[in-house]
Design a protein around this ligand. Structure first.
Ligand SMILES: Cc1cc2nc3c(=O)[nH]c(=O)nc-3n(C[C@H](O)[C@H](O)[C@H](O)COP(=O)(O)O)c2cc1C
Length: 317
């Protein structure tokens, strides 16, 4: 029995800590199946090995510890309790690396056949890992059925069209959301998804599409800048709504105390520390705590239904 325990420990550590996934062949039955209670995935040996290789590519310094491994008296059932830690260094399944150190733990219920692992049910704290990565998910919002037509809207339009119509009735300002990239270069995009969350604590949010070229820099960054465009910055909005390679080339700007690019001539600018990065499928909702503010005496630009207006020319009701 002790021999069996040692064999599992050796194979596990070789695979997870050194990437020698072939070592698993010594302990996995040819009919091996691995189930995960979190993701509900059911995989075979080949997929398991591929998963390990992928995780190790994202966390090259991964260190896994088996806290305890117990086998029942007749050698047919076993349990492994483990924890792992590593630095999120490279992209994993579309999530850009944060450089953050993360930890997770789990337990595997094992069935043995002919002294080999034939079935494994893995329970691990997926949510803890996601929280550590800084990426809680809004998965509950993505269930099937969310594109059924809305019947009480004239014409029976889809929620997509209805929401577009709704948004066109909503007047906002225009902001440019910025971050410094890995090399300290300024990056930014036009965004009207800004909202104030609370004053105490001073929290704000902004939603950014994951295909944005600014996104990796923003996701990685500890801080972001939000610049409210003034009515004199129509050209600036055009640049930041584009995919231009150096959007700051023709601009006057300065860095906030924590390095976020703040654009001169904006109606107001803030710098904020990123606290949460909620995954909303195509977008990420950044929630950030304001650490610095600059307010100018210039009227803001107004945005409605794809058009821009002079914020100094509003008529009070
Ligand atoms: C008024 C306006 C508001 C916008 N709001 C957002 C937004 O809230 N989130 C977002 O991801 N993109 C938004 N966009 C689109 C981006 O600015 C646009 O996709 C830009 O090309 C992204 O640049 P990048 O890929 O270089 O980061 C908005 C564009 C405009 C003109």
């Amino acid at each position: 029995m002790q021999e069996m325990i040692e064999a599992v420990r050796t194979a596990w550590q070789a695979a997870w800590d050194r990437g020698d996934v072939g070592a698993l062949d010594a302990v996995l039955h040819p009919e091996y199946v691995r189930e995960s209670t979190g993701s509900l995935r059911v995989i075979d040996t080949a997929q398991y090995k591929q998963d390990i290789v992928e995780v190790r590519a994202a966390f090259p310094d991964l260190a896994t510890e088996i806290d305890s491994l117990v086998i029942d008296a007749d050698g047919t059932r076993a349990a492994i309790f483990w924890h792992s830690s590593g630095t999120f260094t490279n992209e994993l399944q579309g999530v850009p690396a944060t450089g953050r150190r993360v930890q997770t733990r789990g337990s595997n219920m094992i069935t043995l056949r002919d002294g080999l692992i034939v079935h494994e049910r893995v329970t691990w704290d997926h949510t803890e890992l996601l929280a550590d990565l800084g990426i809680p998910s809004l998965r509950s919002a993505f269930e099937a059925g969310d594109i059924d037509p809305i019947v009480d809207v004239p014409g029976g339009v889809t929620p997509f069209e209805a929401l577009k119509g709704f948004n066109r009735q909503f007047i906002t300002g225009v902001t440019v959301v910025t971050a410094a990239d890995e090399d300290g270069r300024p990056r930014g995009l036009a965004a009207n998804s800004y909202a104030s969350v609370s004053l105490e604590p001073p929290l704000v949010l902004v939603c950014v599409q994951k295909t944005s070229s600014t996104y990796p820099a923003l996701f990685r960054s500890t801080h972001l800048g939000i610049n409210i465009m003034s009515n004199e910055q129509r050209d600036v909005v055009g640049v930041f709504a584009s995919k231009a390679s150096d959007k700051f080339a023709e601009l006057d700007w300065h860095a906030g105390p924590d390095g976020s690019p703040l654009i001169d001539g904006s109606a107001a600018s803030i710098e904020a520390e990123i606290k949460e990065r909620f995954q909303a499928k195509t977008h990420t909702v950044f929630i950030a705590k304001v650490t610095h503010a600059e307010i100018a005496e210039i009227a803001p630009m107004v945005y409605k239904a794809g058009r821009f207006f002079d914020g100094a020319a509003l008529t009070e009701l």
